[in-house]
Design a protein around this ligand. Structure first.
Ligand SMILES: [Zn+2]
Length: 162
């Protein structure tokens, strides 16, 4: 038995914040605003995982009104999510994600992001795809006002391949 989930996130780009995507600190003159480290790509993956397992969404599990999550490392939230998904009886088959950012260029960091997400979930890097694209200058991402991310996750009942 397999289950699919989709996730989406967007955070505004602002001055005086670190840019963290896929758990990587990407050198840039702006960062993403948010309660946690505002890692839009990891948040999209978390929402896809929760969606596939029908466990709610990131805002329900990790409310941004909770001071415990102020400045939170989103990879820690990802590990906590992986625990919930596993408790519900599911294993991750694969993940595919897109990060939409006009700048900076993210290609050099994608393999490290894949490594971080795979490690957070305890799965092989070959099961994690993270791609970067621009928005051709259009919309909030294209104007450099925001970075968004989309993710799709496939889960299977644990033991299904045994
Ligand atoms: Zn977010």
């Amino acid at each position: 038995m397999t289950r699919i989930g989709v996730g989406y996130d967007l955070h505004p780009l602002v001055a005086d914040r670190r840019l963290v995507l896929g758990g990587v600190h990407v050198p840039f003159d702006q960062g993403l605003a948010g309660h946690s480290d505002a890692d839009a790509s990891v948040h999209a993956v978390i929402d896809a995982l929760l969606g596939a397992a029908a466990l709610g969404n990131i805002g329900r599990l990790f409310p941004d009104t909770d001071p415990r999550y102020a400045g939170a490392d989103s990879l820690a939230l990802l590990r906590a999510t992986a625990g919930r998904v596993s408790e519900a009886g599911y294993a991750v088959v694969n993940i595919d994600a897109n990060i939409v950012a006009e700048r900076p260029r993210l290609e050099p960091y994608l393999d490290t992001m894949r490594h971080n997400v795979a490690q957070g979930l305890g799965i092989l890097e070959s099961a994690v795809s993270i791609k970067a694209k621009t928005n051709e200058g259009l919309g909030p991402e294209g104007r450099g006002e925001a970075v968004s991310a989309h993710a799709v996750v496939l889960l299977e009942m644990r033991g299904a391949r045994a």
